[in-house]
Design a protein around this ligand. Structure first.
Ligand SMILES: Nc1nc2c(ncn2[C@@H]2O[C@H](COP(=O)(O)OP(=O)(O)OP(=O)(O)O)[C@@H](O)[C@H]2O)c(=O)[nH]1
Ligand SMILES: [Mg+2]
Length: 402
């Protein structure tokens, strides 16, 4: 068969075209993106925006995103309360503080990112700051306590205070011979809420080293306090060691006489006194857990109360704890309905546990506490008395064993 000249031209043109196409498509030379998209069908979006098929530069893709898709959404900032966690600690407490932070973050703060203030009578070291700031999902602040808030006031008789410590040691009163424990109790009673780092906040949640939380907290307790006009809250209550507060009630009565204007009309005197105010029955809210109003603690009423107690010297001549000091203030100067019992917050500070009775709560909140170990309804707790004197119904199942 003979090919005409025209046929031969067609065949040669086809061979050259095929060779050129093969060269282009197999070339390793980089091509501009728009050329690739034009010769690769289906990569252009209908709206004309090119898809980002090419990987982002390593730096960017390796950067953690601020909001990983796997995590639940963060609460909008506008819905948060003006609040902070607060922990008083030494550098040596760092690993026990770390455990406490994990409990709070895992059960609550990972979704809210509230700030955390750390206070210390010394300087926090870099290790403390690194470990804690890495674990807290909100902002962290580190403050040094001014010396005048963590030292003997000039009106304290040092010899008398030393004598008391010696006696308490002999009687084996817990922390009876400790000076630093007394400074700590006085600081928590009268100063932490006016540290300069705390001034910007309205609510605080106190966290101590080595504490545990046992149930998810799927709502914001700070907002609960704010929205329901609560000023103080607790989860555990018990009786104080009598030796440590022998004259605390005398001081409280002196304050009540001097400042009747600070006593709330609907107060809960009956929680702390079983004889109409004659004596203190030693009941107190355990202050290692507290969510409370800083504005209340900074109020004239509370400051007058603290100053009056402080002048009487019992932080050093006895060993007044911040728990009975806060509790007496709350019982006398707040209205009953301004104090809240967080039944659904399961919490332990050695050796006592609060675990909700209600099996529905424990199931829903993925609790890992044993309600049989709960301290609330046994004879050493004051929580049943609080329900009775506040005229509230006790949580379901509070009278029975599990
Ligand atoms: N910076 C500082 N913090 C202290 C000091 N003593 C106690 N704290 C803190 O004050 C809080 C209460 O002290 P704790 O030792 O827990 O007292 P406690 O709860 O009565 O007793 P345990 O927990 O049973 O030891 C904790 O947050 C401690 O970290 C101190 O000397 N310096
Ligand atoms: Mg403690």
């Amino acid at each position: 068969m003979f090919l005409s000249g025209r046929h031969i031209r067609y065949v040669m043109f086809a061979v050259v075209a095929l060779a050129v196409f093969y060269f282009i498509s197999s070339s390793s030379l980089p091509l501009p993106g728009n050329v690739v998209s034009k010769i690769t069908p289906g990569t252009q979006e209908p709206d004309g925006q090119d898809k980002q098929d090419t990987p982002a530069p390593a730096e960017e893709s390796e950067k953690p995103t601020s909001q990983p898709a796997a995590q639940p959404p963060v609460q909008p900032a506008s819905q948060l309360a003006n609040a902070t966690f607060v922990t008083l600690a030494r550098n040596t407490d760092v690993w026990e503080v770390a455990k406490s932070i994990r409990h709070i973050e895992d059960r609550f703060n990972k979704d809210y990112h509230y700030s955390w203030v750390f206070l210390n009578d010394g300087d926090f070291d870099d290790t403390f700051k690194e470990i804690t700031s890495n674990l807290v999902s909100g902002k962290t602040h580190y403050g040094k306590i001014p010396r005048e808030h963590w030292s003997f006031p000039e009106f304290i008789d040092q010899d008398r205070a030393a004598e008391v410590r010696k006696e308490m040691k002999q009687k084996q009163v817990i922390y009876g011979d400790s000076i630093s424990y007394r400074h700590m109790c006085r600081y928590e009673s009268g100063f932490f809420f006016r540290h300069e780092l705390m001034n910007q906040f309205e609510f605080y949640w106190r966290v101590e080293p080595s504490i545990e939380y046992f149930c998810d907290i799927p709502y914001d307790p700070f907002r609960f306090m704010q929205d329901n006009k609560k000023k103080y809250s607790f989860v555990l209550s018990l009786f104080e060691y009598k030796e440590t507060v022998a004259t605390l009630w005398d001081s409280a009565k002196k304050f009540m006489q001097a400042h009747p204007e600070h006593i709330a009309e609907n107060n809960n005197l009956d929680f702390i006194s079983s004889d109409g105010g004659e004596t203190y029955n030693l009941c107190h809210f355990w202050s290692n857990f507290e969510i409370g109003s800083l504005n209340w603690l900074r109020s004239k009423a509370y400051l007058d109360y603290f100053e009056s107690l402080d002048k009487d010297g019992g932080f050093f001549y006895e060993r007044w704890g911040d728990a009975p000091v806060h509790s007496i203030a709350a019982a006398l100067m707040l209205s009953k309905d301004e104090i809240h019992f967080f039944d659904d917050i399961a919490y332990r500070h050695v050796p006592f546990l609060h675990c909700p009775n209600d099996p529905e709560i424990r199931k829903e909140r993925k609790c890992h506490c044993n309600p049989d170990d709960s301290f609330d309804w046994n004879g050493y707790s004051c929580t049943a008395r609080w329900f009775d004197t506040a005229k509230l119904e006790k949580p379901a199942g509070s009278q029975k064993k599990h």
